[in-house]
Design a protein around this ligand. Sequence first.
Ligand code: GDP
Length: 472
Amino acid sequence: SEMATMMDVPVTKIISACMSLGMMVTMNQRLDAETISIVADEFGYEVEFVTADLEESIDREVDAPEDLEPRAPIVTVMGHVDHGKTSLLDYIRKENVIAGESGGITQHIGAYGVKLEGGQKIAFLDTPGHEAFTAMRARGAQVTDLAIIVVAADDAIMPQTKEAISHAQAAGVPIIFAINKIDKPAANPEKIKEGLAQMNLLVEDWGGKIQSHDISAKTGDGVKELLEKVLLEAELLELHANPNRRANGTVVEAFLGKGRGYVSTVLVQNGTLRVGDYLLAGQHSGKVKAMQDERGNNVKEAGPSTPVSVLGLDGAPQAGDKFNVFEDEREAKTIATKRTQLQREQSVRTQRHITLDEIGRRIALGDFKELNIILKGDVDGSVEALTDSFQKLSTEEIQVNIIHKAVGPITESDVLLASASDAIIIGFNVRPMGNARQIADKEEIDIRTYSIIYDAINDVKDAMEGLLSPEM
Ligand code: GDP
């Protein structure tokens, strides 16, 4: 109905235009950008979307090489449940790996920084697990530089260990293994390394390039050396930032604090954030009234790779929202308000993920180079057989990547990974579990389930050849 008013045509005409596109709509329905363009075109109008302009005033200037300085690595800890992620983060937080700091970190702000004896710093994201990591990535935030994957030496490589590995690899984040619980009599670190080798992950002791260290998160044995390996690995990444610019970064968490207003923990990724800056974070804005570090100290500024909790935003942004600093308070507020409006109006998401049906069209457009697949099956044999067959479908134009494969039902975590990596999910004799289907519908992730191997291979092959008839 809004479109009808804007173009001054009867609303019934818009509805029938939509019907001719195969869409049954009501007058109150929201249309996606593509439909709006096509319908408007039929009535002789051209559509201009204003969303893009809105973000123009955000400082996206690329830094000159001479302005860059080394920055500390930002690390996420992942691994199977009960293998010791929280214990490791707690040990690092509490123990005196922090040179020249009396007392440990008392505040829980979602991220913390530590300083090693040599003066080097590391920032840790304090929400362990690959779900949090990938949820942020699905929102477009790539915060982590390195992943520590914890594996209990008295256990084995478990399903979530494999998931964590796939999630880190899909994000292109280097992995360091922490083989944990070596204080336990039943601990057998070699068995874990052997298991990793079987997955083609060769750690250094086994002649490979992947760093690993045996630790006990309980006694602290090996933790210092693990962190030194983190720094070594980080050096290879040549992490840099420009402290002398307006800050930007990512929101780690936010909540309404008792008597303090909204408290948001942000991780500065570039520039320096200062008290008094005008901040825009997701759909919220405000002047930074005060900042605190993880030790509860008030700080006046926070440079690259530093987490701080910020007071002064007019709401709680979401984890994974980007933040930027503005010269002008009004400008930050205007964008925040417009983003809120847009969010309210966009019941239909405009960002679409790849589907098998769409591959042919995207190939024709020439912008499709890689097909990412997450493969879940009922038994190892079928998963391996399908992996082989899918990989053989790769052509010069399109590379087929199996970014994660495992035995078991399709989980929420699979859907998140698909969303973050623009992948399709293929299930062989397995179905989506729990909320996975619902989230997939919301995120528009294509889940295909098969019970005949031949059908699965043929569908992917046909899709790549642009032959797949749309699924009804
Ligand atoms: P998470 O689920 O990966 O965060 O695992 P937790 O850190 O909660 O650890 C699970 C259990 O293993 C807890 O009871 C810990 O006390 C124990 N644990 C963790 N690390 C070690 C370790 O190095 N040695 C021993 N003996 N127990 C550990």
